[in-house]
Design a protein around this ligand. Structure first.
Ligand code: SF4
Length: 213
């Protein structure tokens, strides 16, 4: 019988317990072509939870989220925006890397609805334990999974909204900055992304002021 999230997630599990248990998950077929599951990481009381799509090639090999080129871009933009890494839990909608071969390379392949559905209990378990002040959806897959299936990031990015999990903000996935056609477009995409992250920073600062008043 297949071992899935329903067998591996227990009510009293901590985030560390979940991070250990996810390696045994066979809830969909993605585990078979991946090196390992990549669970979320960060401080267990982080006020911000960043959710991307799935681990990439580098993350799959290293076992940590957002450590590849897009992750480095994200971390650089966070630093520019003033969003400290110790305020953030970073994770993905799907915990195993889906890819297609192209020559010797492994090319990102967007997870299908069945993978997103199968993996959802892991994401919900992270949300329930963290209960972040702000949930940030990075890209369409995260936004359409966590906000609304018809959500359009291009139209509604950078806006803090009430959502089913508290405050939620959607922006692009940092990998899109790397795909900008030229240097000028990349600078603009980066500035827009940093501006979206600064909305979160200002919200946190407002909370901190209110708490100390
Ligand atoms: S992608 Fe998610 S549901 Fe599928 S095997 Fe990996 S952890 Fe389990």
């Amino acid at each position: 019988m297949t071992t899935g999230p329903q067998d591996l997630i227990h009510p009293d599990d901590t985030l560390a317990d979940l991070a250990a248990a996810v390696h045994d998950c066979r809830g969909c077929g993605l585990w078979s072509d991946a090196t390992q599951a990549v669970f979320g990481e960060g401080p267990p009381k982080a006020p911000v939870m960043l959710v991307g799509e799935q681990p990439g090639d580098v993350e799959d090999r290293r076992g940590h989220p957002f450590v590849g080129p897009a992750g480095l871009m994200l971390r650089s933009c966070m630093a520019e925006a003033g969003l400290a890494e110790d305020q953030v839990w970073m994770t993905n909608v799907v915990k195993h890397f889906r890819w297609k071969p192209k020559g010797k390379r492994r090319i990102h392949h967007t997870p299908a609805a069945e993978h997103i559905h199968a993996c959802r209990p892991w994401l919900d378990a992270e949300l329930e334990r963290l209960r972040p002040d702000v949930l940030v959806c990075l890209g369409a897959v995260a936004a359409q999974t966590l906000i609304d299936k018809d959500f359009k990031v291009s139209q509604d990015r950078g806006r803090l909204m009430p959502g089913p999990y508290g405050n939620v903000l959607a922006t692009v996935h940092p990998s899109s900055l790397l795909r900008a056609p030229d240097g000028k477009a990349r600078l603009k995409a980066r500035a827009d992304f940093v501006a979206d992250l600064q909305v979160v920073v200002r919200h946190l600062a407002g909370h901190a002021r209110a708490a100390s008043a």
